[in-house]
Design a protein around this ligand. Structure first.
Ligand SMILES: *Cc1c(COP(=O)(O)O)cnc(C)c1O
Length: 230
């Protein structure tokens, strides 16, 4: 298949109802996003804050921008005004920094807690204890005078980059287990805790079988990326 809208359609038609597609457009030109936009898609994911800022300025205002990369605190300012979901909250410090920026911007920003589920040490993410500390802080901040300006709505994770499908499956199952545990212990009566962001071009079918609600698909829609541009 050749063009972006056809590939997008083919990805979407392979998914069960209710699973959202974050079209990952990092390192791709705004014209590629526009092609998917003209085909009706509104949800895009970016990894680099200044790249996302530039594309946000150039493209239609009704695009939903998800930040899916590793977010450095000094880059929060480039995305905080308009970002609709930050997937990669990988420490309490980052959560607090996003909260501060969101407060100043007069917003409440939805976030996902990123868990480390892969075997590679280079991948980011929290363990269950760190996530619980972050959620304890959220609970305390929501009772504080300043109020809370982030809303945790679920979990995100990246599986190991490996041909071993069973390893990938077990990592996704672990992430879904973390989601369920937090749901049962902290959000049992709160429908806002609802998203499991897992699955990329190479492994999204497995992720969906293991309970993903949101897949992040780049190359299967936009083709291979040229990292030399970074
Ligand atoms: C780049 C990226 C993706 C998309 O990867 P593809 O393999 O191109 O689908 C998904 N999630 C994250 C966090 C990424 O950095």
């Amino acid at each position: 298949m050749s063009n972006i809208s056809e590939k997008l359609q083919s990805v979407k038609s392979s998914l069960p109802e209710g699973v959202k597609v974050v079209a990952v457009s990092k390192l791709k030109p705004a014209s590629d996003i526009k092609e998917a936009y003209d085909a009706g898609h509104r949800l895009f994911g970016e990894n680099y804050a200044t790249e996302m800022r530039d594309k946000h300025q150039e493209l239609p205002a009704d695009i939903e921008w998800h930040f899916i990369g590793h977010l450095q605190k000094n880059k929060i300012k480039y995305i905080i005004q308009y970002v609709s979901l930050i997937h990669g909250i990988d420490s309490l410090e980052l959560l607090q920094a996003v909260n501060d920026h969101a407060a100043r911007a007069g917003r409440v920003v939805d976030v996902l807690l990123q868990f480390h589920i892969a075997t590679e040490a280079t991948k980011f993410g929290m363990d269950m204890q760190e996530a619980c500390e972050a959620l304890d802080w959220v609970a305390a901040a929501s009772r504080s005078e300043a109020g809370l300006h982030v809303r945790p709505v679920g979990v995100m994770g990246m599986a190991t980059n490996t041909p071993d499908r069973e390893l990938v499956r077990s990592e996704f199952r672990t992430l879904k287990g973390y989601f369920d545990t937090v749901k049962a212990t902290r959000f049992a009566n709160d429908p806002s805790w609802k998203e499991v962001s897992m699955g990329m071009s190479a492994d999204y079918h497995i992720a969906v079988e293991e309970g993903s609600t949101m897949v992040r698909i780049g190359s299967a829609i936009f083709g291979p990326r040229d990292y030399s541009k970074k």
